[in-house]
Design a protein around this ligand. Structure first.
Ligand SMILES: O=P(O)(O)OC[C@@H](O)[C@@H](O)c1c[nH]c2ccccc12
Length: 258
């Protein structure tokens, strides 16, 4: 599946037209996650559909959902912009950026410099760079390019080998462990537990995918995650504010009670 997506991305790149620069100030994803008032940082995701789950939310209202996420106390918003496989759009970032103050992560398959430039122009504060989709040297190059443009990058890995390769080049400030294997779509929170000890001490660990309950959050936090990235569990809910409350706040409660 990942190969198929990447092949499509390469085709898309041939006709990529860069939009004008929106000129909106950049916000720090890293700081927002560190400053979370929940026991872990929360990146709340806006995603209409996915290749593994099909359509997740029929009545899709990205700006409204983002506003709810912000009000519920999320640290940052992740917005899917891939059209073909996730029914996203780059316009959603520009729209959301106008209505929330939180940093926005552009969730897409970024493989070339033009996409980094595009991300900066549409108002993204951070981009996703997927270890499994890029040579480590290329990933490092795109990471530096994002930094030069005032953005940050969430460096996502699933496997230990891919992480080890990246660490030969540099230590990303934010490392995401994707609990989902992008080739099989299988999800296991055990992946965060297995990978945690390989993450550099100075990197902020984000556990991504397959997180649905307060117990899931406790589990990855115990493994060492400082933040979580949650999509489906929030998008499927009628009331995402209530869902964030249930997942994040009761966790704080549990912690206070020892
Ligand atoms: O909906 P979930 O299971 O909570 O997962 C969110 C996020 O981790 C997932 O959308 C994701 C993680 N890495 C990606 C790479 C591309 C597209 C999507 C993703």
């Amino acid at each position: 599946m990942l190969d198929q997506i990447l092949q499509h991305k390469r085709q898309e790149l041939d006709t990529l037209e860069l939009p004008p620069y929106e000129g909106i100030e950049k916000r720090s994803l890293y700081q927002a996650l560190k400053n979370s008032h929940f026991p872990v940082g929360l990146i709340a995701e806006i995603k209409k559909a996915s290749p593994s789950k099909g359509v997740i939310q029929e009545n899709f209202r990205p700006v409204e959902t983002a506003t709810f996420y912000e009000r519920a106390g999320a640290s940052a918003i992740s917005v899917l912009t891939d059209q073909r496989f996730f029914q996203g759009h780059r316009q959603y970032i520009s729209d959301v950026k106008k209505h929330v103050r939180l940093p926005i992560l552009r969730k897409d398959f970024i493989i070339e410099e033009e996409q980094v430039e595009e991300s900066a122009r549409i108002g993204a504060d951070a981009i996703l760079l997927i270890g499994e989709a890029l040579e480590a040297s290329k990933l490092h190059e795109l990471y530096n390019s994002a930094r030069e443009k005032g953005m940050e990058a969430l460096v996502e890995v699933h496997s230990e080998e891919v992480l080890a390769n990246i660490l030969k080049h540099f230590e990303p400030a934010i490392v995401g462990v994707n609990n989902r294997d992008l080739t099989t779509f299988e999800t296991s929170l055990g992946q965060t537990e297995r990978m945690a000890s390989y993450i550099p001490d100075n990197s902020l660990l984000v556990s991504e995918s397959g997180i649905f309950t307060r117990e899931d959050i406790l589990r990855v936090k115990r493994a060492g995650a400082e933040a979580v990235l949650i999509g489906e569990a929030l998008m499927r809910h009628e009331n995402p504010m209530e869902q964030i409350d249930i997942m994040m706040r009761s966790e704080a409660h549990e912690r206070t009670n020892g």
